[in-house]
Design a protein around this ligand. Structure first.
Ligand code: ADP
Length: 643
């Protein structure tokens, strides 16, 4: 067949081309990065089929069809007069059918996720997004007036084909014959006719080399610009550590992540057992928004003997370490492994387990420097905390947790379990914690009054996941992790008081019968709203609080559970009253004088609803506000008279 056929691009490609051509995107040079990585992929693929067919051929003693002595490389030639830039590779090439399939439709990763992101962002100019995604081959039309692709597949019977398009909606394909066919060797040659505006920018060899070094430095094949090699940096992860400078690491890191800042930390490993692998990993200074836009943008690049097998493999590292970026290279996998086989691969699982342990012990070392670790914690703890489900590394994980606490002077200060333990009181066998929206809220939390009185430190939890962490760990060393809210006052009673400032400390409680009568009255007034009314041993400055009758669940955890089961009812709790508090003392004597005193009823309801409000369960504040206003009206009347 020598006839030339014309095809229309699919609609999405037209859309993509239109965006690329008309966007004001300044980094147009990235088209070179895209074409070079396509060429490199094509060389990788050739290497894989060669390796596979060689081993197959070795088995049956046949000569390999793909054997070719020419070194695998990528060549870039510029011609200022002809206004062309040519990129060629002697990789796997494409058959006519593959050409139509690969360049005419958009089933490919880079471009389709680009379009998707563009739609989600609602941005029609695409500027912010182009650099973050491989927009693939089509990005060439940012600088090209017209492009021709000449390609010959590695298959023995393949005919070379030529594809030409000006990127306006259609392309033509013809099979090459005669001398043209003879000149086309295995691989792909892309000739770009540059738009006049870009001729100067993309035809100087030195400039081109610079662009290659910026974006494609670690490509595993030589990239020759005008015959001179532009990429000189080797696959760093396979080099001995002592030979690598900090600058080289940084360069590799920014190549990998497009982050031009230095990494917070670098982890370069060479492991022999239980699996062989090299890894070069980094912890970035800034965390990505893993919950939002970049949700899927994590994982480690998997290489087998320097050949890229898969980018962002998510089985190589546990999800709670998704902030780690880098590459893993193993000799223990075959080159031609398919993505499906990778998915449930024992070897990959072993690498995952080994890496997880290594990252944790690396973090433990980092934690010796409090400031460096605080920086890590500030950025990455939200992701890291999900590691509470990693039972195999529970100890190491727990050792790396940090919290603010009642002993901290500032909100930024961080405390580890071990520091907490080192300050614990004699006989204190528990690590206490409390959940709250802020330090201020926790400082005013009635449940923590006894802790202040006894000088017992309480860890502050500000994120819901913290409670899941505590719930899953349950213990650290021989210390039980215990919510302050459900702590038994008896456990703390024997400790000497350190805070004797509270006004109640000096007061005596009313006589028992008067108290019992008051409790009974409260119960009658509040009815089913509470399970019990009793004296509190945990309060010093507050008149009352609510306690969970099971003595285990915290109100914040209770809320999460109710939210998950769509339960909007208010839980019934024990109401504890502080007998030494002025309000309670006064109410007891009022109640003793007149067991039907309406003020006691008003006060009981008010105290109960205030406690509900503090616990976050008060759904309708109207009654409470009305009552407060009524009390204010009365008290302001008395106050005016007294003045
Ligand atoms: P992506 O690289 O994201 O898959 P591209 O549009 O850049 O998208 O390329 C589409 C497909 O065309 C590639 O996946 C590959 O199969 C094929 N291709 C592109 N360039 C080459 C090349 N130089 N040699 C062989 N095949 C290529």
């Amino acid at each position: 067949m020598t006839a030339q056929a014309t095809y229309e691009f699919k609609a999405e490609i037209k859309q993509l081309l239109d965006i690329l051509v008309h966007s004001l995107y300044t980094e147009r040079e990235i088209f070179l990065r895209e074409l070079v990585s396509n060429a490199s992929d094509a060389l990788d693929k050739l290497r894989i089929v060669t390796a596979t067919s060689e081993s197959a051929d070795a088995d049956n003693g046949a000569e390999s069809a793909t054997q070719d002595e020419a070194p695998l490389e990528i060549r870039i030639e510029a011609d200022k007069d002809a206004k062309t830039l040519t990129i060629s590779d002697n990789g796997i090439g494409m058959t006519e059918a593959e050409l139509v399939e690969n360049i005419g439709t958009i089933a490919h990763s880079g471009s389709s996720s680009f379009l998707k992101a563009l739609k989600e962002s609602g941005n029609s100019s695409a500027d912010g997004i182009i650099g973050r995604f491989g927009v693939g081959f089509y990005s060439v039309y940012m600088v090209a007036q017209s492009v021709s692709i000449t390609t010959r597949s590695y298959r023995a019977d393949a005919q070379p084909v030529e594809w030409i398009s000006d990127g306006q909606g259609a392309y033509t394909i013809r099979e090459l014959t005669g001398d043209d066919a003879a000149a086309a060797t295995r691989g792909t040659k892309i000739v770009i006719s540059l738009k006049d505006d870009y001729v100067a920018e993309f035809t100087e060899q030195d400039d081109l080399r610079q662009v290659i070094r910026k974006h494609s430095n670690f490509i595993g094949f030589p990239i020759l610009v005008g015959g001179e090699r532009a990429n000189t940096v080797p696959a760093l992860w396979r080099e001995p550590k002592f030979q690598i400078t900090k600058e080289q690491y940084k360069e590799f890191y920014s190549f990998l992540t497009y982050d031009h800042d230095e990494p917070l930390d670098t982890l370069h490993l060479s492991v022999d057992a239980p699996v062989q692998f090299n890894a070069l990993c980094f912890i970035p200074k800034k965390s990505k928004d893993f919950m939002g836009f970049d949700r899927e943008d994590w994982g480690l690049d998997l290489y087998v003997r320097r050949v890229l097998i898969q980018r962002q493999n998510k089985d190589l590292i546990p999800q709670h370490l998704m902030f780690v970026r880098g590459v893993v290279d193993t000799e223990d996998l075959p080159l031609n492994i398919s993505r499906e086989t990778l998915q449930d691969n024992l070897l990959i699982r072993k690498i995952n387990t080994t890496l997880a342990k290594q990252v944790l012990s690396h973090l433990a070392k980092m934690a010796e420097d409090k400031d460096a670790y605080a920086e890590f914690w500030r950025e990455h703890s939200r992701v890291f905390k999900a590691g509470y489900m990693d039972f195999a590394n529970r100890e190491a994980f727990a050792g790396l947790l940090r919290f603010n606490s009642s002993s901290c002077e500032t909100a930024e200060e961080l405390v580890s379990f071990d520091e907490y333990i080192s300050r614990a009181k004699l006989d204190q066998k528990k690590i206490y914690f409390a959940f709250g929206p802020s330090r201020e809220a926790l400082r005013l939390n009635p449940h923590l009054e006894i802790f202040r009185k006894k000088g017992v430190e309480v860890l502050y939890l500000f994120e819901p996941i913290d409670e899941f962490v505590m719930d899953a760990l349950r213990k650290h060393k021989d210390f039980d992790l215990t919510p302050a809210e459900v702590a038994k006052p008896e456990d703390l009673a024997s400790l000497p008081d350190v805070d004797t400032d509270s006004p109640e400390a000096a007061e005596t409680a009313p006589e028992q019968p008067a108290l019992d009568a008051l409790f009974e009255r409260f119960k009658t007034i509040l009815g089913d709203g509470v399970t019990e009314v009793r004296a509190s041993a945990r309060l010093t400055g507050s008149p009352c609080c609510l306690v969970n009758p099971d003595g285990q669940t915290t109100s914040s955890m209770d809320k999460i559970m109710r939210h998950m089961s769509h339960d909007t009812s208010v839980p019934k709790k024990v109401m504890e009253l502080n007998p030494k508090h002025e309000i309670i003392r006064n109410l007891a004597s009022l109640n003793q004088a007149d067991p039907a005193d309406p003020f006691v009823e008003q006060a009981a309801r008010q105290l109960f609803e205030s406690a509900l409000l503090l616990e976050g369960y008060l759904t309708d504040p109207h009654a409470l506000v009305g009552r407060v206003q009524d009390l204010l009206a009365k008290s302001s009347g008395w106050y005016t008279k007294a003045k």
